[in-house]
Design a protein around this ligand. Sequence first.
Ligand SMILES: Nc1ncnc2c1ncn2[C@@H]1O[C@H](COP(=O)(O)OS(=O)(=O)O)[C@@H](OP(=O)(O)O)[C@H]1O
Ligand SMILES: [Mg+2]
Ligand SMILES: [Mg+2]
Ligand SMILES: [Mg+2]
Length: 324
Amino acid sequence: MSVLAIERAVAINAVLRASKVCQKVFQSLVTSDTVIKKDRSPVTVADFSAQAVVNTILYESFPNDPIVGEEESGSLRGDSGKELRDKVLSLTNTVLDTPLDDKELLAAIDRGSYPGGSHGRMWTIDPIDGTMGFLRGEQFCVGLALIIDGDVHISVLGCPNLPVDFKSPEIERGCLFVARNFSSTEETQIHMADISSSSAATFCESVVPTHSSHKEAAEIASLLGITKLPLRLDSMCKYAAVARGDANIYLRLPVRIDYEENIWDHAPGFLVVKEAGGIITDIHNKPLDFSLGRTLKANKGIVVTHSKIHGQVIDAVQKVVLKQ
Ligand SMILES: Nc1ncnc2c1ncn2[C@@H]1O[C@H](COP(=O)(O)OS(=O)(=O)O)[C@@H](OP(=O)(O)O)[C@H]1O
Ligand SMILES: [Mg+2]
Ligand SMILES: [Mg+2]
Ligand SMILES: [Mg+2]
């Protein structure tokens, strides 16, 4: 059996079940299923439930592994949280083999409170990445990664709404990306599209302009001679799109100087791209450092490309963003 084969299988099971939760909610979401967090971002019953599902499944197999998860159970507690808690609980129990009670649900969600760091094993989970895309009925994903001593070793991205083929999106949707170790006959190996000149590239960016500067991305595209329209996708589906050749560049350009990217927003996508042959750095051309806690404190922004054009793209990014 290959290295970390059990972790890989458990992670796939966890992400598939959490993706099922998201799909169930997706068809019947109402306003009261969503709360606005302190940073004014939304979180839905599906985010809480998907985190409870993943954390429960991880705990069954790896009770000693800490978890860095996006969500916490504060708004599900007490009398004020009862309505939401009941919804999250019944949703969670539709996909688990052994049902949880109230207390176990809250404990499962809060098992994601690990502060992160540079030593040993830890999982990181984004139960729904692209919650705004999820609410719009567009792209979102469930992202899970295993980090050991600061390096990402396993990652799984469940993308329930992603077309299997962008050329015919109406035919089939729903993709699961797994890194690393291509293994079975049911899996298809993906690669970055080969490209030698950045002018021929398609670039990916966030849908929401407060998550990544559209204006600066357009200036970078113009410097590189790119004429194709950007592919705007919510969530780590952007990493997946670049990894399988739908696009060639993913730019995440800081809008706020004080914003630190979360490790769960990038570790799962990072390994999918890396294994498909891509290069991932920040706008300073520094490698991403997942060993510094819950955020990528030492990095600013994200630049993902094929190795052949990474230098050209970084030069353009630095001219526009850093005025170098
Ligand atoms: N200011 C700022 N800058 C950069 N990133 C931010 C910012 N604010 C929030 N976030 C995080 O963005 C995550 C989703 O962004 P995406 O680019 O993947 O999707 S989107 O197109 O913007 O919806 C989103 O992840 P989810 O909360 O899991 O959806 C946030 O963690
Ligand atoms: Mg969020
Ligand atoms: Mg996210
Ligand atoms: Mg999220």
